[in-house]
Each structure stands twice: as structure tokens, then as C-alpha cells.
Design a protein around this ligand. Structure first.
Ligand code: KG4
Ligand code: ZN
Length: 331
């Protein structure tokens, strides 16, 4: 089965063609990061307009790169949520137009389910039961998967998402946007990482990053940070320490056979290395470009949905606050 995936939930306009849920034939992304960097964060109205400008060339590019004609495409998968309403609408309307014009089935994909499916693109097939940590700009969720399309949320952040915390910390330290890559880059110059508190929330699989953020802000306000690099390294270490320790503990608790790490923050080198070093279980981490938002993961997820008979009608709509547990087929 060959599926065209379309992803426009935030600030990346992406389209990809994927075969049998795991083989990437093409994967195009038009990033808006330089435009939003001027404002220090994503401006939703600007994002919507950029998606409208980029969507047709990005889809055409993905089809050209894949070198398959429209007659070889078996279905369209598109992100319906969670995300920014105006951004999601561009992708969903483009997908509907193609579905109608070409007579192809369409399936709406939960962006988080898409992030999980990036692990299907990583090579070997995941082994169940597995525990997946999804860490992105909008989400930090621990999910138990007992089988395909069987998800249970076993923990997650009680306040800021990990990526959001990286972005806010980078802003405080004057390191620029997006914050995750900026902090990672700054840590190369660190000599003595500062010590920051960790919220362990013992007895639960939840996370909290707001106390860490406040602790950093206090030091910034007090003028106590001589080196942004040492501050960045201390901050990154605190986030990574909690994410890795609690993910491994949850995997042990649920007797998982594998850990999957995905989402934009999973592009972080220190997080990837620490998890692999600490985990007694095999760890699957997609390549960094498949951890951040992309359409290949949406096509991979859509392929499994279409194979399971989960095609949608053309009245499919965006759901900006869609949760993993809300997706109809998830128990
Ligand atoms: O998954 P994603 O591309 O978009 C959302 O669905 O949110 O994640 C974006 C988030 C941003 O907060 C960004 O700062 C973070 O992922 N990020 C990183 C790194 N690369 C991206 N965080 C830490 N280290 C990185 N190398
Ligand atoms: Zn994402």
C-alpha cells in the first residue's frame, strides 16, 4: 500500500509518500522556522498563511521525489489534530481536494499517533508491549502500547511540555528560537553545568517542568548566571535526567519489552545517548529528522489505519485539541 501523508499541524508544511507503512519514498518539509524566529515563537496567523503558500509545491515535490504516478497512490493520510486550527485546515482541505479529485480514500491521523509511528520508519518493527515517550513542543506523554492501535496513556506532564520548557529556557538565556536546538548547541561550550532541581513526582509516571523553569528564571533575574552555556547544560541535564529515569522506571513497571522515544525533543543528542546508556531494554529512536514534525510518520500511521478499514468521509474536520485517548479507535 502506498500512502501520501500531509502534515500541517504547527509550523512545518510537510508531505511524504510511504510504502507499506515503513518505506519512505519521499519526505518533503518546508520549514517556517526563520519567519517565526523573528517573533521568538510561532505566530498562528503567519503559520496559516505560510502553509497556504507552501502546500501545493510541497505535495508536488513529494510526488515528484517518490517517482510514482497518482495511479500508484492507494490513499491520503492527513493530520487532523492536535495543533493550530488554521494550520490544520490547510492540510485537511488539500487532502480532501485530492481525495475528491482522484477518488482516493482519506484517513484523518492524530498527530501524536503519527509521532509514535515514526518508530515504524526506523528499521525493525517495534516489539510489544512497549512504552513510548512522546516529547514535543506541545506534549510530553508516556504511552503503553500492547499491540498495534492499542494505546494507554500511563503518564505525562502536569504543566509544561518538555519542548516548551526548552523553548522558554532558551528565551530566558537569550539563546534564540527554536529553543531545543539552541540549548543543545550552547552546551558544547559548557565547562561547569549549573545544578538545578528535578521534580520526581514519586509514585506517579507524571512529569513537571514548571519548577525547573522558575528556578532558572530566579537565577537569571538575580544576575547569577555568568555562563549561558553552563546554564543551558544544567537545564538540559535536569530535563534529560527526569525523562530518562522515569521512562525506564515506567517500562519496568509495565514489563515492557522495548522503549520508543519520539517527538521533536527526541532529536536531542544528550537525551538519545542517556536513554540508550541507561535502559536495560532495547531502545528504538527514529532519526532526528523523523522525530521532529514530518509527514512520513503521518503516512505510516495512515497506512495502518487504511489497512484496518479506517477510512474517513469527506466531511472529516480538524480537531485542534484532539487527545490520544479521544481518537476513535484507541482504547
Ligand atoms: O514534534 P515537534 O517538531 O513539534 C511539535 O509537535 O511540538 O517538536 C518541536 C519541539 C520544540 O519545542 C523544539 O525546541 C524541540 O522540539 N526540539 C528539541 C530539539 N530539537 C527540537 N529539544 C531539545 N533538543 C533538540 N535537539
Ligand atoms: Zn509534533
Amino acid at each position: 500500500m502506498i500512502v501520501l501523508g500531509i502534515e500541517t499541524s504547527c509550523d512545518e508544511t510537510a508531505a511524504a509518500v510511504v510504502e507499506d507503512g515503513s518505506g519512505i519514498l519521499s519526505n518533503r518539509i518546508a520549514s517556517q522556522v526563520e519567519i517565526h524566529a523573528r517573533y521568538g515563537g510561532i505566530v498562528p496567523e503567519v503559520a496559516s498563511r505560510q502553509h497556504i503558500l507552501a502546500i501545493v509545491p510541497v505535495i508536488a515535490g513529494a510526488m515528484a521525489d517518490a517517482n510514482v504516478g497518482w495511479d500508484r497512490i492507494d490513499g491520503i493520510a492527513v493530520t487532523i489534530g492536535p495543533g493550530l486550527a488554521g494550520s490544520l485546515l490547510t492540510g485537511v482541505n488539500a487532502a480532501k481536494a485530492i481525495s475528491f479529485a482522484r477518488g482516493l480514500p482519506i484517513t484523518g491521523v492524530n498527530h501524536l499517533e503519527g509521532h509514535i509511528h515514526a518508530s515504524w520508519l526506523a528499521g525493525d518493527r517495534p516489539v510489544f508491549p512497549l512504552v513510548c515517550l512522546i516529547v514535543s513542543g506541545g506534549h510530553t506523554d508516556l504511552v503503553l502500547m500492547n499491540g498495534h492501535r492499542s494505546y494507554t496513556r500511563i503518564g505525562g506532564t502536569r504543566d509544561d511540555a518538555a519542548g516548551e520548557a526548552f523553548d522558554k529556557a532558551a528565551r530566558m538565556l537569550g539563546l534564540g528560537y527554536p529553543g531545543g536546538p539552541a540549548i543543545q548547541h550552547a552546551t558544547a561550550e559548557a565547562t561547569t553545568p549549573i545544578q538545578l532541581p528535578r521534580a520526581w513526582l514519586r509514585g506517579s509516571n507524571d512529569f513537571s517542568f514548571s519548577g525547573l523553569k522558575t528556578a532558572l528564571l530566579r537565577l537569571v533575574d538575580a544576575g547569577k548566571l555568568a555562563s549561558p552555556a553552563d546554564a543551558a547544560a544544567g537545564f538540559q541535564e535536569a530535563v534529560v535526567d527526569v525523562l530518562v529515569t522515569k521512562t525506564v522506571a515506567a517500562a519496568n513497571q509495565y514489563r515492557a519489552r522495548q522503549i520508543v522515544l519520539t517527538g521533536g525533543v527526541a532529536a536531542n543528542r544528550r537525551l538519545r545517548d542517556r536513554l540508550v546508556a541507561v535502559s536495560p531494554l532495547p531502545v528504538v529512536i527514529p532519526a532526528p529528522a523523523l522525530c521532529t514534525d514530518n509527514a512520513a510518520m503521518i503516512a505510516a500511521c495512515g497506512c495502518f489505519r487504511l489497512e484496518s478499514g479506517l477510512a474517513d468521509e469527506l466531511d472529516i474536520d480538524v480537531v485542534p485539541s484532539l487527545r490520544l485517548a479521544q481518537t476513535a479507535d484507541i482504547s
